[in-house]
Design a protein around this ligand. Structure first.
Ligand code: S3P
Length: 438
């Protein structure tokens, strides 16, 4: 098992860029494969999760070229050109790969089987199985469709109006990818707006979804035209560095070319409410996605309340924000966060357990975390529990801890952020982060 060892860093400064956005990278491949013509993607995230989607699409017969300069070209021949895969498609650790591919494959007239690693095989799938079955596909999964592997027999689908009980961009996107192939219009209504990358990217591919409140609809039998896309840096990856700088009074950090889509940008508001100075410069728009350079000036942070209305807009940043809370003066309450229990690991329980090992006072409730911050963490042995965002958040905590912090099981970071440790060493050289084998 691979581990990181690091120490507190006295200084943190620099100007960096982070790798491409994971959610947008997945979608660029999927829509590129459904489109007609050659789609060009710059800034694609070559992480294990996105490569799982890429390999699955190749197994379905899509031609995808990877140029030495990092540009990815997808030769799209429309959904009808996709072919039955000869073997089981492996989504690895990636819920986005598995759920979005399920939506795409529900509309294809052949049989496919999707699986993933032990973590993904424990994640809930009924949320996509039910609507796709209602549209006319046949889906089978373990425990009556609850868990992968999923077997999909695609069909000629009918459009539906689906109301989903969870705000989930994976569920919404799976239904929309099926709906684009169906007869008639498909709409999805969510309780709160989840990230809208699919909707924005569809516009770049020439199909304009209609939005009314939290309902979005797409036309059936849509013809997508190839696009040229430039993928911004991932705000979820930037968040680890933002917290590292925000919690250190006097630290200054510039993170260039980050996606600041408002359905994702809640962490910027929370860190500002906690006392950091966060500013955006060079704001622009790339293929429908807002992009900016983010400047962070650190301060002595104060605890805050992160309510359920904010959760969809900072879902993946909660592990990093929990570390900010541990370093802040006073109490932080994160509520309405039950969805965190069905991520790569149960993140509420993982955060409570691992932060407690560092001496942080934290209480876990059903859908809530209470963190009483302000005491310096004590470096010790902690574990990512196989979750990439846990690993990186614990490394940020290690930058502030007394003594040595050792984080077990860090290979998972390759799923979203290859090169994280190198970049951390660049902005905080005193931390001396190094990888060791157990
Ligand atoms: C994602 C949606 C979110 C998020 C995940 C990526 C996406 O999951 O946590 O990391 O790309 O659509 P849910 O849709 O399950 O909330």
């Amino acid at each position: 098992m691979r581990s990181w060892v690091l120490h507190a860093a006295d200084r943190l400064a620099g100007a960096i860029g982070v790798p491409g956005d994971k959610s947008i990278s997945h979608r660029s491949l999927l829509l590129g494969a459904m489109a007609h013509g050659t789609t060009e993607i710059r800034g694609f995230l070559r992480s294990q999760d996105c490569l799982a989607t890429l390999h699955a699409l190749r197994a379905l017969g899509t031609e995808i070229q990877e140029a030495p300069d990092g540009c990815v070209r997808i030769v799209g021949r429309g959904p009808d050109a996709l072919r039955e895969p000869e073997t089981i498609l492996d989504a690895g650790n990636s819920g986005t790969s598995l759920r979005l591919l399920t939506g795409l494959l529900a509309g294809r007239p052949f049989c496919s089987i999707l699986t993933g690693d032990a973590s993904l095989r424990r994640r809930p799938m009924r949320r996509v199985v039910e609507p796709l079955t209602a549209m006319g596909a046949t889906l089978l999964g373990r425990e009556a469709g609850r868990y992968p592997p999923l077997a999909i027999r695609g069909a000629e689908l009918s459009g539906i109006a689906w109301k989903t009980p969870v705000a989930s961009a994976q569920v919404k996107s799976a239904i929309l990818l099926a709906g684009l192939q169906a007869l008639g219009e498909t709409s999805v209504t969510e309780p709160m707006l989840s990230r809208d990358h699919t909707e924005r990217m569809l516009t770049a591919f020439g199909v304009v979804p209609q939005r009314r409140g939290t309902t979005v609809s797409v036309p059936g039998k849509a013809r997508l035209a190839a696009a040229s896309l430039s993928i911004p840096g991932d705000l979820s990856s930037a968040a680890f560095f933002m917290v590292a700088a925000a919690a250190r009074p006097g630290a200054e950090l510039l993170i260039r070319d980050v996606g600041v889509n408002p359905t994702r940008a809640g962490a910027l508001e929370v860190l500002a409410a906690m006392g950091a100075t966060i500013t955006q410069a060079r704001q622009r728009d790339e293929a429908g996605e807002p992009v900016a350079d983010i400047h962070v000036r650190g301060a002595r942070l104060r605890g805050t309340a992160i309510g359920s209305d904010l959760i969809p807009r900072l879902l993946d940043e909660i592990p990093a924000l929990a570390v900010a809370a541990a370093l802040a003066e006073g109490e932080t309450v994160i509520s309405g966060a039950a969805e965190l229990r069905v991520k790569e690991v149960d993140r509420l329980s993982a955060l409570a357990g691992e932060l407690a090992k560092l001496g942080v006072q934290v209480t876990e409730e059903r859908d809530r975390l209470r963190i009483l911050g302000g005491r310096r963490p004590r470096g010790t042995l902690v574990s990512s529990r196989g979750d990439h965002r846990m690993a990186m958040s614990l490394a940020v905590a290690g930058l502030f801890a007394e003594g040595e912090t050792r984080i077990q099981d860090v290979a998972c970071v390759e799923t979203s952020f290859p090169g994280f440790a190198r970049l951390l060493l660049e902005v905080a050289p005193d931390c001396g982060i190094r990888e060791v084998g157990d």
